[in-house]
Design a protein around this ligand. Structure first.
Ligand SMILES: Nc1ncnc2c1ncn2[C@@H]1O[C@H](COP(=O)(O)OP(=O)(O)O)[C@@H](O)[C@H]1O
Ligand SMILES: [Mg+2]
Length: 267
């Protein structure tokens, strides 16, 4: 697929040092990369490598120690949060924690319209909600009147993605969104990312510790190790011809199932 070269997000020498007492942890160390319009990139690394810290800084939930984040040509420090979050949204590992447990799905999804600058009445909202649920292959009748605890992790994760179909951000940061879902459903979630990109032109940063999943879904892969990006390139390049020993180790750990995916994508 042909990619646009317009830069959506640019991260420049981004650093985060956590200070707790006398201890300093450099969670993110001088990281630079860009994400283009309609591009799906994966940030891959083992637990503790700094992935979530980067996600939180890009989502403007956490301040950087130094460096900058430029969205559509503007430093995010100079963009009002409400406007920024209309454009840049996140989904996380545990969809239940992002949901109010006391609200039914209909209420949660109606509330997601609050961030938009246009106002809708409930009837208009519900039409859009139903379309969004259908986009993520959920029968609205199955979920609209249910509370989160009545739904499975896979359903909840798809409802989180339905929210993204409603808000239509330009950039989605998805931080290990499939790690609580079994492997068959995982592929379906990843297909929804492709659909978001196709239908809405969304740029997506997919964060995972699984380089097989990263290969399956992304145009480019960034490998993170101890706070630094140690390797970056097209998905094919990184998987078929890795440069860094750390990347080679990650590839050796890919389970068989994903090796089949790799073959599928190649053919
Ligand atoms: N709020 C925090 N305070 C102190 N250290 C933190 C905090 N958040 C993350 N860290 C540390 O920063 C490093 C990177 O963490 P994280 O970004 O969560 O990695 P990943 O998402 O790749 O597992 C880890 O050493 C972690 O313990
Ligand atoms: Mg994390």
């Amino acid at each position: 697929m042909k990619l646009s070269n317009n830069t959506r997000l640019e991260v420049r020498e981004l650093t985060k040092i956590f200070v707790s007492g006398r201890r300093k942890i450099t969670a993110v160390d001088q990281v630079s990369f860009e994400i283009h319009e309609r591009e799906i990139v994966s940030l891959v690394g083992q637990s503790g490598s700094g992935k979530t810290t980067i996600a939180h800084m890009i989502l403007n939930l956490l301040k950087s120690t130094s460096g900058s984040i430029i969205f559509d040509g503007k430093d995010i420090k100079d963009i009002k949060k409400k406007i920024y979050w209309r454009n840049v949204q996140g989904i996380f590992q545990d969809p239940f924690s992002s949901f109010n447990q006391f609200f039914v799905v209909k209420k949660v999804l109606r509330d997601s319209f609050k961030i938009l600058d246009k106002s809708f009445n409930n009837e208009e909202k519900d039409k859009i909600i139903i379309k969004a649920l259908e986009s993520v292959n959920i029968d609205p009748g199955d979920v609209l009147e249910k509370y989160p605890f009545e739904l499975s992790g896979g359903q909840m994760q798809r409802i989180m993605i339905a929210r993204i179909f409603i808000i239509k951000p330009k950039l989605l940061i998805a931080d290990e969104p499939t790690s609580m879902i079994d492997s068959i459903l995982r592929a379906n979630i990843l297909k929804l990312f492709e659909k978001l990109r196709e239908k809405q032109g969304t740029s997506i940063m997919f964060i995972t510790h699984d380089i097989g999943l990263a290969y399956y879904v992304s145009d480019r892969i960034f490998i993170m190790h101890r706070g630094k990006i140690v390797e970056a390139g097209s998905a094919e390049q990184v998987i078929m011809n890795p440069n860094h020993t750390y990347t080679k180790g990650l590839i050796e750990d890919v389970p068989t199932l994903h090796k089949e995916w790799i073959l599928t994508k190649r053919s």
